[in-house]
Design a binder for this molecule. Structure first.
Ligand code: PLP
Length: 394
């Protein structure tokens, strides 16, 4: 979309990133090519020198992927987007670009399991130190800053504890010390939270979740405003070969067109599910930022446009009762991942966060009885009826 006249979010979801090809295709085609022909030797030289925009080789950039990158940049109020093979491709590229031997990173204690895992294994091996702290406390963030801190990487709301970090406050602390702030915005999607508008420098998405939204493709993205970091991150992505494939980009591009419709419907359902769970005698506790009982209800209202469709809860009777629940649901599918049109249920202590030590899990608030629920876009009444019959069996 060449002009910026029409800027409503659903308009951007449908149109941003479109470009006109010679046939007038309404939908961005899949440019299934690994390499691009130069017009002549000088043209090739100018592309390599970065003096002219264009495509050289699909590992560095591709027109279909570029369309998606433009759409994502528009949705997150950034200038540049970079597509990745997966969310973890984006995470590892981000870390590799900003961190080197002797450097230090601060991150959220309950950050996505593999994001923590890669720091505790590979980056540790390469001499990078990491502190995982409760970033919902901005003072704790400031206290953890060291002279060699090169990146602050937060996730809010966290997975699966649904704890929030005040992005504006952490951004202002980070910038006092000249440290870039990156935010994993996967849980909220650009519909409900825009970290760049709250002062963050870089936004990360696992496109696998809400943005693609149909549980049929894996992908990741970084979105930012800074030209120098965009160039550096794209180069790192190309070195690592973490690039997105054009077919993958096409799938996500298509999924993103209905992002708001899906996110808002799932959120409406989640509100009803949360009300049901909060009042159920077999439910010990529930974490959902749309409930007044959530300790950060006010922060959620301030920094998010809505509480989203992810929630976690504990069943009375702990791990055993939780397992029974997962085996008794019929509509909700027992699977990891989230943000798709279908309702999913999972148990982090034995699944997504099993790689953490039990002590680290507990310190991060991931108790053994915690059940994570990703509410889909089915009829709310059916999702609730399913939970009700399953809870009755415990
Ligand atoms: C899934 C996920 C990731 C990793 O994304 P992949 O596409 O699975 O590589 C990162 N952060 C969060 C919050 C996620 O849910």
């Amino acid at each position: 979309m060449e002009n910026n006249k029409f800027n409503g979010i659903r308009t951007k979801e449908v149109h941003a990133g479109d470009f006109q090809d010679q046939f007038g295709s309404v939908v961005t085609p899949i440019y299934q090519t690994s390499t691009f022909e130069f017009k002549n030797a000088d043209h090739g030289a100018r592309l390599f020198a970065g003096e002219e925009d264009g495509f050289i080789y699909t590992r560095i950039g591709n027109p279909t992927t570029h369309s998606l990158e433009e759409k994502l940049a528009a949705l997150e109020f950034g200038k540049y987007g970079i597509g990745f093979a997966s969310g973890m491709g984006a995470v590892s590229t981000l870390f590799a670009y900003f961190l080197g031997q002797g450097d230090h990173i601060i991150s959220t204690d309950a950050v996505y399991g593999p994001s923590r895992g890669i720091l505790e294994t590979y980056f540790k091996k390469f001499g990078v130190a990491a502190d995982f702290i409760d970033t919902s406390d901005p003072f704790a963030v400031e206290k953890a800053i060291k002279p060699n801190t090169k990146l602050i990487y937060i996730e809010t709301p966290t997975n699966p504890t649904i704890k929030l970090t005040d992005i504006e406050e952490v951004a202002s602390i980070a910038h006092q010390y000249d440290i870039p702030l990156a935010v994993d915005n996967t849980f909220s999607s650009p519909v409900l939270q825009n970290p760049l508008n709250l002062g963050a420098d870089i936004v990360l998405h696992s496109l696998t979740k809400f943005i693609n939204g149909h549980a049929d493709v894996v992908g990741g993205a970084l979105i930012l405003k800074d030209e120098k970091h965009h160039k550096g991150l794209r180069k790192t992505m190309a070195y690592f070969g973490a690039n997105m494939d054009p077919h993958q980009a096409y799938m996500v591009y298509r999924g993103a067109k209905t992002l708001s419709l899906r996110v808002l419907q799932a959120q409406e359902n989640a509100m009803k599910v949360a009300d049901f769970l909060e009042n159920h005698p077999k439910v010990a506790w529930i974490n959902y930022p749309g409930l007044k009982s959530h300790p950060q209800y006010d922060l959620a209202r301030r920094q998010m446009k809505g509480p989203g469709s992810m929630l976690s809860f504990g069943v009375k009777g702990g791990l055993e009762a939780g397992k029974k629940l997962m085996n008794a649901v019929e509509l909700a599918k027992l699977a990891v991942s989230l943000g798709g049109v279908e309702t999913l249920i999972q148990h982090p202590a034995s699944m997504t966060h099993a790689g953490m030590s039990p002590e680290a899990r507990l310190a991060a608030g991931i108790t053994d009885d915690l059940v994570r629920f990703s509410v889909g876009i089915e009829e709310a009444e059916d999702i609730i009826a399913d939970l009700k019959q399953a809870l009755d069996k415990i």
